[in-house]
Ligand binder design. Structure first.
Ligand code: FAD
Ligand code: SF4
Length: 490
């Protein structure tokens, strides 16, 4: 063997990264399962199951293709690579540039040579030059430049359908009695069973753990959900945990699927003519817009960005995040229970329920970020840090988003059916049964009037407080709500 190719658990693809052009005769492929990754935090076991089983499947596929593969367990990635070097000789190590600041530094210090990380559609230099030319980093501007650069849904320089963005058509709540196609289940194989046994859980049937399985999820989305993806993108329901979302983030993030093949498949399906433009554009925007933008911003904003706490959130993580039994709030109880079961909920519950609650309760952003990192199946530093610190809790003073995503119970009640089965009433802001979101939303604005008064996008919300006659009672109730949330009784 002439070299070691290190493959991260988030780079499981033989056509991209360090494996592109690899030679089974001279390349030793190494995957490292680090104790840091398995026992270093309070990880959701569903997440571990998915990541570890996917890595084992990938190693088995490479072995079948003729590669010599070492699956090394060690305290850290670097320890694992050192162990392999001890056994196989002091070979040079190559790897695709890792997806986090931390691992990039650790591997670089160990002498690993990096080759281009092509698991995204936008090279870092290209993103940086876009960002450097902007006054504010509006995703929409980046997205339009992506549409043109990649020539996607563009004809003669103009957007297909007559508009760049159909976001306004992506905000419908579900109609009553709306029926969804059945969920796709994945039958566990021997590898899955073994991994689940080691983790002390039952094999999971929600998530595929191989490339073949991931391709089935993509096909299922295009066949059964793509058409209605657009209108119900922001809806939430206690009756269906997935709605029309693609469920592709885990596979895009661990390398089993590449964004270019997802976009190509979606465009091909759109060309058949029966997918509304609001759905096609809405989905493409998530992949070539949001996903690439978030990755670009992670690197552009630097390593210290994750420590920002502009609004001085110092509340400890609320007990309801780790134990859904610690709240009577139906929306949060259902969401946290879903996360415990599958490691996944859609974008709007992440933003308008979990992050919104952390924001308006003044929860410490870093404690909240750590919890989000631990529980989600698709979590990784590059994607969680900008989404939580920037979009979720406004801890960056508006670098990414011009205004905080704070909302009361009225929004949640409009976009979901959670409030119907809840102890609390979304319309009330004071009293025993006042919705905690509603009370705390007004209290948050009240606490931050000075902070936001120069922000014209907040003008309407701040004007609303001025009209509230019962603000003293709201402040009093907010104190009770915060104390109740801290003790797990609200
Ligand atoms: C606070 C917060 C935390 C988030 N944490 C993560 C995370 O750890 N990992 C993650 O992959 N996504 C994260 N997201 C983005 C988004 O919620 C998930 O990508 C999405 O819910 C995954 O489900 P899906 O594949 O069915 O997505 P769909 O709704 O079907 O969207 C398609 C794809 O678009 C991409 N996408 C859309 N929005 C974003 C975004 N804001 N950032 C990055 N990619 C995006 C994803 O790859 C997703 O698979 C977060 C969003 C918020 C608000
Ligand atoms: S009333 Fe408030 S707490 Fe209850 S489900 Fe609705 S938004 Fe959530």
């Amino acid at each position: 063997m002439k070299r070691i190719i290190y493959v991260g658990f988030d780079q499981l693809n033989s056509k991209y990264g360090a494996l592109k052009g690899a030679d089974p005769k001279s390349d030793l492929v190494v995957l490292v399962e680090s104790a840091r990754m398995v026992t270093g935090s309070n990880w959701n076991k569903v997440r571990l199951y998915f990541l570890i089983s996917s890595a084992h499947h990938f190693a088995a596929e490479l072995t079948q293709a003729g590669f010599t593969v070492v699956y090394q367990k060690a305290a850290t990635t670097v320890d694992g690579l050192a162990e392999v070097k001890k056994k196989h000789g002091d070979l040079p190590i190559i790897a695709a540039t890792p997806n986090s600041f931390r691992l990039s530094k650790a591997l670089s210090d160990f002498g690993v040579t990096f080759i281009e990380n092509d698991f995204f559609l936008t090279p870092k230099e290209l993103f940086n030059s876009w960002a450097q030319g902007q006054k504010s980093y509006l995703m929409e501007n980046f997205y339009r430049s992506q549409r043109q650069r990649l020539n996607i849904l563009v004809e003669s320089g103009k957007p297909v359908g007559g508009a760049w963005n159909f976001d306004k058509e992506n905000r419908s709540p579900l109609p009553k009695g709306y029926k969804f196609p059945p969920y796709l289940e994945h039958k566990p194989d021997e590898i899955d069973v073994e991994v689940a046994k080691q983790l002390g859980i039952k094999p999971n049937t929600t998530w595929a753990t191989s490339r073949a399985g991931a391709k089935k999820v993509l096909k299922n989305f295009l066949d059964n959900h793509f058409e209605s993806f657009g209108p119900y993108e922001d809806a939430m329901s206690s009756e269906n945990w997935a709605l029309h979302h693609s469920l592709l983030s885990p596979y895009l993030n661990n390398g089993l699927l590449h964004p270019s093949e997802v976009v190509d498949a979606a465009l091909k399906r759109f060309e058949k003519g029966d997918i509304p433009i609001a759905s096609a554009e809405g989905f493409i925007r998530q992949i070539i817009g949001w996903r690439e933008y978030v990755n670009g911003m992670y690197w552009y904003l630097g390593e210290d960005y994750k420590e920002l706490n502009h609004l001085n959130g110092n509340r400890k993580l609320l007990p309801l995040f780790t134990d859904p039994g610690k709240t009577k709030m139906n929306c949060i109880k259902t969401t946290v229970t879903d996360i415990n079961e599958r490691g996944w909920v859609a974008h709007i519950p992440r933003l308008m329920l979990l992050s919104n609650l952390a924001l308006i309760t003044g929860t410490n952003p870093q404690e909240f970020l750590q919890w989000m990192r631990e529980v989600f199946i698709d979590a990784a530093d590059w994607v969680m840090v900008p989404n939580v610190i920037g979009m979720g809790v406004h801890a960056d003073n508006g670098v990414m988003m011009t205004k905080p995503y704070a909302a009361g119970g009225a929004y949640i009640s409009k976009m979901s059916n959670y409030c119907k089965g809840c102890f609390y009433d979304p319309k009330l802001r004071t009293g025993e049964t006042a919705c905690p979101f509603t009370t705390l939303y007004w209290d948050f604005l009240d606490r931050n009037v000075e902070e936001f008064k120069g922000n014209h996008r907040m003008a309407q919300q701040l004007f609303g407080i001025g009209r509230l006659k019962d603000m003293p009672e709201v402040r009093k109730r907010a104190k009770e709500v915060l104390a109740g949330l801290d003790s797990g009784l609200i």
